[in-house]
Write a protein of this length. Structure first.
Length: 296
């Protein structure tokens, strides 16, 4: 991990912009307890909001703790398809308690037919349970989908959805599916990983996303930008594969602005409006009780 100040640049006041990360995992153990340094870098970069996604019952408490500590953090609780096999018999009760206690989003949830060795069985039922929880409470929902876009579209078309909409995190589906998904309320999350050579098809699909449905994400600690675009390189303490720093978000905005041919400030204003429309729940204000009352 780099020193806390080695690569930080203070933005001149005339360039002050607010950036919003539609999807990350600040609670991830690979950050090894460095969250206060990561957040200090994010604050200097002008990151005004981030949706921090829990992935399983085991990491929901840490997401709640980060939300209590940082006003920028908008908590999200969900069962990611990679971890559905770990769910306990009472996972839905626990999730309901988080949603009833905090003004939280639902996610990361989803469907995955890409990950080698991952069973698909059980994924749809867990996804649909969480889709219903989000729809009943009109909470934003963050969806992971790999290699099963047609089926996801079918399920979304035939089940209740949150009226405020939902995020297709790191949208990797075809351009042809953008209009029908947008009609159902989809927002599309653009990650820095799509700046890599060879991701032209992914970038092309984003050219057909309506501007009022664009969102930008780091997915930190995953989905790193190409090395030359990273302002905040991030190594793991145990020497394993390098990870993505959430303060790389403005660099992802720059990639997106170039793709769209828009000035950065104009894109930042559009994304702010979109982010607040979808994820604009009151932050860090317990709805009925303090986070400490959530039984884990
Ligand atoms: Zn994620």
């Amino acid at each position: 991990m780099q020193s806390p100040t080695s690569s930080l640049r203070v933005r001149p006041p005339d360039q002050a912009m607010r950036f919003y990360d539609a999807h990350n995992h600040l609670q991830d153990p690979r950050f090894a307890g460095t969250q206060s340094r990561l957040m200090a870098a994010c604050q200097i970069e002008g990151i005004a909001g981030m949706v921090v996604n829990g992935s399983c019952e085991a990491d929901w408490p840490e997401v709640a703790r980060l939300a209590a500590r940082y006003t920028e953090v908008r908590p999200s609780f969900g069962y990611h398809p990679w971890y559905v096999h770990e769910r306990t018999a009472h996972w839905q009760d626990t999730l309901r308690r988080y949603l009833d206690t905090l003004p939280a989003a639902v996610g990361e949830v989803g469907l995955d037919r890409w990950k080698p060795g991952l069973a698909y069985e059980g994924q749809e039922a867990v996804f649909l349970d969480q889709l219903l929880l989000a729809a009943e409470r009109n909470r934003p929902l963050s969806i992971h989908c790999l290699r099963t876009w047609g089926r996801l579209l079918e399920l979304l078309e035939t089940h209740p959805r949150p009226a405020r909409g939902f995020l297709l995190h790191s949208y990797g589906g075809p351009a042809e599916l953008v209009p029908p998904l947008a009609a159902l309320g989809a927002y599309f999350g653009f990650p820095g990983y799509f700046a890599h050579p060879g991701k032209e098809r992914r970038r092309d699909a984003f050219r057909s996303v309506p501007l009022d449905r664009w969102l930008i994400e780091t997915d930190a600690p995953d989905q790193r930008l190409p090395d030359h675009l990273q302002r905040h390189p991030c190594a793991t303490s145990d020497g394993s594969a390098p990870i993505n720093h959430p303060a790389n978000l403005p660099a992802v905005y720059t990639v997106a602005a170039n793709l769209l041919g828009l000035p950065l400030a104009q894109l930042a204003a559009i994304i702010e409006e979109n982010f607040l429309r979808l994820f604009g729940l009151p932050t860090n204000q317990p709805t009925t009780a303090s986070p400490a009352t959530v039984k884990e």
